[in-house]
Design a protein around this ligand. Structure first.
Ligand SMILES: *Cc1c(COP(=O)(O)O)cnc(C)c1O
Length: 433
């Protein structure tokens, strides 16, 4: 129950069971079926406002560029656009999605280590606000493409500050040897060059050191390096107008001491706050993760011998929510029905039906003794949840619902199984009769 105590969007009601933003999840699970992603628009709004407030309180005017990859549903993007967010995109597809959601091109930033010529061309034609360049080669390629089109790319150099964000190896991006960004030691020379290249307008610097960062220290260390670079470049007479501070602020999934947004605002204020810069951040997870739950139903129980946790087999799987199998991520799991909320707990292992041993949502977890048909909510799945789904094992993509102010609506029906093979065709020689 202390899982719910630290999550203001969730409440257990003695009558209606688990409520998300006041909406009974039981109702959604029984009317839409499971697995089903539920996105709380109110939570998206509240968190965006809290984040903004933390910066305002430090006297900082910071642009919020929501990192689309965390949760890119058009309804999510529309809510965040209404809250004044721009977008951080990492592919041409995300760029087009951001435009489809009505996000102003001027507040779109394009990051990513492998932008194709076609993607750079799209970014130039859409006249987006900023392209974060990640290598000398990319800078030269962009210069050539822009010159040929007679257009100008507004550029920031993404610097790799060689800071260990002390997060999971697979989501760390700012260390020596990580594939992201321009080596910190080479950035000044490249900045100098960028200021002279045709088709390039150099705006400033960018960095992004990783995801699910749980301490302000790596942020502060990275931004201190960026501040040094800004000061050095300006002392050469170069113009540095902006710094994009990236994303990565962590959230509490289990019992982590996640830093409040004020800690990130503090790290930025203390390092970059007095340099008369246009500042931006690119939060993804912090805004979206607690704004989503994944509803699932118990298919069956599988008893194990004495001393070994029984298996609870649910109808969601690693193809829906990949994080536990991909990163060993921990997600809270709460029964939806009110009578289970206060029942005694036993150690159980919650698994999906996919034919992979890594298809485990929770290992030896204390949970009430559930029965087949019971609904469970997997918490904090609003970021890097539905966006990472696949159709492995020919499992159609799960349904999606959005809630706000006590209302709920389908925002994506469960995929029809036939659509899984509609684009498949046979080579003529198979003579498939
Ligand atoms: C993934 C990513 C983000 C968002 O990271 P979160 O941890 O979700 O805040 C921001 N900027 C860039 C360049 C990214 O690749």
């Amino acid at each position: 129950m202390n899982l719910l105590a630290s999550r203001p969007s969730l409440h257990m009601d003695g009558q209606d069971g688990l409520l998300f933003e006041g909406v009974p999840l039981q109702t959604i699970a029984s009317q839409v079926g499971t697995p089903c992603w539920v996105t709380g628009a109110g939570t998206l709004r509240r968190r965006t406002r809290n984040l903004r407030k933390a910066f305002v309180e430090r006297g900082l005017d910071v642009a919020l560029h929501y990192a689309l990859k965390a949760n890119d549903h058009l309804a999510t993007l529309t809510v965040l656009r209404q809250e004044g967010c721009g977008a951080d995109v990492v592919s041409g597809g995300e760029l087009r999605r951001a435009r489809e959601a009505g996000i102003d091109p001027a507040s779109i930033v394009f990051s990513g280590v492998g932008k194709t010529d076609a993607e750079l061309t799209l970014a130039l034609r859409e006249n987006i606000g900023q392209i974060n360049v990640e290598s000398a080669e990319e800078l030269h390629r962009l210069s050539r493409i822009a010159s040929a089109l007679g257009l100008t790319g507004r550029v920031a150099l993404r610097v790799n500050p060689h800071i260990d964000a002390a997060t999971h190896d697979k989501i760390s991006t700012g260390r020596l040897g990580d594939k992201f960004g321009i080596d910190w030691a080479d950035s000044a020379a490249l900045y100098r060059e960028a200021s002279r290249l045709p088709g390039i307008e150099i705006l400033g610097l960018a960095t992004h050191i990783g995801s699910q960062i749980l301490s302000p220290a790596p942020f502060k260390a990275a931004y201190a390096r960026i501040a040094e670079l800004v000061i050095g470049l300006r002392s050469e007479g170069l113009t540095v107008r902006s710094v994009d501070c990236g994303g990565g602020l962590g959230v509490r999934y289990r019992d982590e001491l996640a830093p409040p947004p004020a800690a990130l605002a503090g790290a930025i204020a203390e390092t970059l706050g007095d340099l008369d810069l246009k500042l931006a951040i690119e939060p993804g997870r912090w805004i979206a993760a607690p704004a989503g739950v994944l509803l699932t139903s118990v298919i069956d129980l599988k008893a194990q011998r004495e001393g070994v946790s029984d298996f609870v087999i649910v109808d969601a799987a690693m193809n829906d929510l990949a994080r536990p199998s991909l990163y060993g991520a921990w997600h809270g799991i709460v029964p939806v029905a009110p009578d289970l909320a206060y029942a005694e707990t036993v150690s159980q292992t919650v698994v999906g039906p996919v034919c992979e041993s890594s298809d485990i949502f929770a290992k030896e977890r204390q949970l009430p003794a559930v029965r087949p048909g019971d609904h469970l909510a997997i918490l904090d799945t609003g970021a890097y949840g539905a966006v990472m789904s696949s159709t492995y094992n020919s499992r159609p993509l799960a349904a999606q619902v959005m809630i706000e102010n006590g209302q709920w609506a389908s925002i994506r029906p469960r995929q029809r199984v036939e659509t899984l093979w509609t684009d498949e065709s046979m080579p003529e020689w198979l003579d498939a009769e």
